[in-house]
Design a protein around this ligand. Structure first.
Ligand SMILES: Nc1ncnc2c1ncn2[C@@H]1O[C@H](COP(=O)(O)OP(=O)(O)O)[C@@H](O)[C@H]1O
Ligand SMILES: [Mg+2]
Length: 264
């Protein structure tokens, strides 16, 4: 039976869609069968990031309205075996779709997959409710910035009113140089503030930004990739190993890099 996990945040632009795509790939690399679902109906961000826009024949609405079987709508990633996307719809009156509809699709998929990752829309309105009511577990994405941490706090409180367990956090866009200079809080502090266990920490990485804008998942030599691979392992195996975002800014050379970044 699949684990259905909603990736949510409250605040938009913190990296949910990017993490859904790359975490999905890392879980598939671990031999898992994974489906990614965009519950932000009508916006298609995940389809664009996964580069499947021109391959879509049927989408999630066709599945919900019984115009096709779920398996007919799924698109397998061309490079990663076992990684599938259920495409979102292009334009649709999303108010017609409720949490039960999404839940039914998730239940249908649960028998043939190990993980169903639900990319949640920003905000805490109808779209949030729709995504969360179909999930068994939740991961809240936050950046190390006050406004994002505050939103994550509200979302965690809301999630507790649903039957969601466990709830964990991912700290995205962490900067090792700023953390060492005490100009940014680290994941341990954020975990303490939010009273929620961190599942992983992902550095600010230009490769992530560039590749996601090109519709590609992150390349396997980058820090972003290593960090997300580690967090996939934590999710799958129950380990708690965190990527050290400060490592490359330590020592003599690291100190130089840190100061150079300050000057630039
Ligand atoms: N760790 C990171 N390092 C650099 N850029 C990132 C990182 N995570 C996300 N981004 C960028 O931030 C932007 C917003 O990410 P996105 O996944 O669309 O956020 P959300 O789905 O939460 O709205 C994108 O341009 C993405 O490439
Ligand atoms: Mg998004």
């Amino acid at each position: 039976m699949a684990r259905s996990i909603v990736i949510t945040s409250g605040k938009g632009g913190v990296g949910k869609t990017t993490l859904v795509a790359n975490l999905g790939r890392s879980l598939a690399d671990l031999g898992q069968r994974v489906v990614l679902m965009d519950t932000d109906l009508g916006l298609n961000n995940l389809d664009v990031l996964m580069n499947i826009e021109n391959k879509v024949v049927f989408d999630i609405i066709d599945v919900i309205e019984n115009r096709c079987r779920t398996a007919q709508a799924l698109i397998e990633d061309k490079t990663v075996k076992g990684l599938f996307v259920l495409p979102s719809c292009h334009s649709y009156d999303a108010s017609k779709i409720n949490g039960q509809n999404i839940k039914a699709v998730v239940s249908g998929l649960a028998r043939s997959f190990d993980y169903i990752l639900l990319d949640c829309p920003a905000g805490i309105e109808v779209g949030f409710h729709r995504a969360v009511s179909a999930a068994g577990e939740a991961i809240v994405v936050t950046t190390p910035h006050i406004s994002s941490i505050r939103d994550a706090d509200k979302v965690i409180a809301l999630l507790k009113s649903y039957q969601i367990d466990p709830i964990s956090i991912i700290v995205n866009r962490a900067r090792g140089d700023l953390i060492l200079n005490s100009e940014m809080v680290d994941y341990k502090d954020i975990g303490r503030i939010l009273k929620t266990p961190p599942l992983g920490v992902v550095p600010e990485d230009d490769a992530i930004n560039l590749l996601s804008n090109l519709g590609l998942t992150v390349d396997s030599k980058s820090d972003g990739f290593s960090a997300i691979a580690l967090l996939a392992k934590n999710l799958h195996c129950g380990t708690t190993e965190m990527f050290d975002v400060t490592k490359k800014y330590k020592g003599i050379l690291g100190g130089l890099k840190r100061n150079l970044r300050k000057i630039i």
